[in-house]
Ligand binder design. Structure first.
Ligand code: UTP
Length: 293
């Protein structure tokens, strides 16, 4: 059973400036919780026990968020704020957290490489720290991906989401060799293709399982025009070498909530707020009123 997960959270988040000038985008709230808390909860719900956050300058609030705050707990206890104490329960999640820094923001591939010694010789999960899978991060997708990885002796399993055809140019797109229900055998990946050139509308969706072989392949990737080491290039090499690379479709009722750009962040916040058990109904009425104006 795979126990290790790497969560890259070192990116600059320039598309969300000025919100991300002095706070990590992964700490922006979606309704009640910061994004990265949903990600950690999803990993723990899927049986991951060791979580490495690849952080960078200005990201120390992530470490603080997952740390105990004895002073705050004491005050809440003294004032009988049990509900608020419960809301802090996540810092008791049954996982060990580790932190390392990516010294230069040289792309996702480079961020994952920072986890090489943490992963050691075993396979591991990667979950992007700026994306939530499923409403409130309750998805079991990672368990399904891990099962598939193990039973098929795969080199990589990636999550994919069907996106509208005109949006393929924003994503890494899978070229399927064959499709069997939810599972796709991947022939190749195309990064941000033109609509006409896209081999499918299956977009890579922020969750991966890798054999440690990926590290050697990342080391061979040449930086792109922006100086970034693209993870997609390393997975492409896996495909070219004829290794088993599989993709799993997100279940119909689950979406990837990408917080990396404002339209998608706004949409995610509203959808999560509408589903809030205490305030959702009231918020729905407020929205109706605002929309009617
Ligand atoms: P993005 O591709 O959205 O890049 O990262 P970014 O740099 O954070 O954002 P923009 O493009 O400047 O707006 C996807 C995930 O990979 C991490 C990010 O923190 C995010 O969780 N990442 C990205 C790193 O850890 N290091 C990097 O060098 C780049």
């Amino acid at each position: 059973m795979i126990q290790n997960a790497i969560v890259p959270v070192a990116g600059l988040g320039t598309r969300l400036l000025p919100a991300t000038k002095s706070q990590p985008k992964e700490m922006l709230p979606v309704a009640r919780k910061p994004i990265v808390q949903y990600v950690a909860e999803e990993l723990v719900n899927n049986g991951l026990k060791q979580i490495l956050f690849v952080t960078g300058r200005g990201k120390s609030s992530i470490e603080n968020h997952f740390d105990h705050d004895p002073e705050l707990s004491r005050i809440l206890q003294q004032t009988n704020k049990q509900e608020l104490l419960d809301a802090l329960d996540f810092s008791e999640l049954k996982a060990n957290y580790f932190y390392t820094r990516q010294p230069f923001q040289k792309g996702l591939g480079d961020a994952i490489l920072c986890g090489e010694s943490f992963a050691g010789q075993g396979p591991f999960v990667v979950a992007l720290g700026d994306s939530i899978i499923g409403l409130h991060g309750q998805a079991k997708l990672i368990s399904q991906m891990v099962d598939l990885f193990e039973t098929n002796h795969a080199s990589a399993v990636v999550a994919v989401e069907e996106v509208p055809r005109e949006e393929v140019k924003n994503y890494g797109i899978v070229e399927p060799a064959s499709i069997d229900g939810d599972v796709i055998r991947v022939a190749n990946l195309i990064e941000k293709p033109d609509v006409d050139a896209a081999p499918s509308n299956f977009a890579i969706a922020a969750r991966y399982v890798f054999s440690p072989l990926i590290f050697d392949l990342i080391k061979q990737v040449k930086p792109d025009k922006r100086g970034e080491i693209q993870l997609t290039n390393a997975i492409q090499t896996m495909c070219e070498e004829g290794r088993r690379v599989l993709a799993v479709k997100l279940p119909e009722n689950q979406r990837r909530y990408d917080i990396g750009n404002f339209p998608s962040y706004f949409e995610s916040f509203v959808e999560f707020a509408l589903a809030d058990p205490d305030y959702g109904a009231e918020f729905r009425e407020t929205l109706k009123r605002l929309l009617a104006q």
